[in-house]
Write a protein that binds this ligand. Structure first.
Ligand SMILES: Cc1cc2nc3c(=O)[nH]c(=O)nc-3n(C[C@H](O)[C@H](O)[C@H](O)COP(=O)(O)O)c2cc1C
Length: 167
């Protein structure tokens, strides 16, 4: 039996929710990471992925400026980075430098990969769609990378950004 409840109560049943890190270059050449839960694969052929970015985020400017971006799947060992990238703004700081995480240059776009992530996908922007207070960016995956070590991905498992590794 289904009970009618508030949207916020029903949508809280979505956890665990996968986390990705989107990275795009800003107009000053700084690569800015943002932690994102709202993401999906949107095409198999060609491979495409999408993320939903709030209109108040600095990343809205960086994704629009760069027109290309990396989507990284963080591992369970990257909770600290995911929290930093998801609670601080690139308007105020260089988040990648502050995190001190290892970076690798991307192969086919002007961006950086997270060396310790489970996987990284280089994407070229194909379309954007305004959706209420967010904007969905869809990109074609032009190059993919997988860590040679077996790693668990990072998920949020409840409100308040509580994170855990889930295989
Ligand atoms: C686990 C987690 C998931 C998040 N998911 C999203 C998301 O899907 N879309 C979004 O716009 N912000 C999301 N955020 C919030 C942004 O990461 C946060 O506002 C960030 O500081 C924005 O950085 P920026 O100003 O450098 O773009 C999430 C944060 C966390 C910790």
């Amino acid at each position: 039996m289904q009970q009618q409840v508030d949207y916020s109560q029903a949508v809280a049943s979505k956890y665990p929710e996968q986390i990705v890190i989107g990275i795009a270059r800003d107009p000053h050449g700084k690569h800015n990471p943002i932690t994102l839960g709202w993401t999906m694969i949107v095409s198999h052929e060609p491979p495409m992925m999408a993320v939903s970015i709030g209109k108040t985020r600095y990343s809205l400017e960086t994704f629009r400026h760069a027109r290309e971006f990396v989507i990284a799947f963080p591992s369970e060992h990257q909770q600290g980075e995911a929290m930093l990238f998801g609670t601080k703004s690139g308007r105020d700081m260089d988040k990648l430098a502050a995190a001190g995480c290892s970076l690798v240059p991307a192969c086919k776009i002007d961006a950086v990969l997270l060396a310790d992530a489970v996987a990284n996908f280089e994407c070229k922007l194909v379309a954007e769609l305004e959706t209420g207070d967010h904007v969905v960016f869809a990109g074609e995956v032009v190059c993919s990378h997988l860590n040679d070590k077996p790693l668990n991905r990072l998920y949020t498992v409840g409100k308040g950004y509580k994170m855990e590794g889930v295989r």
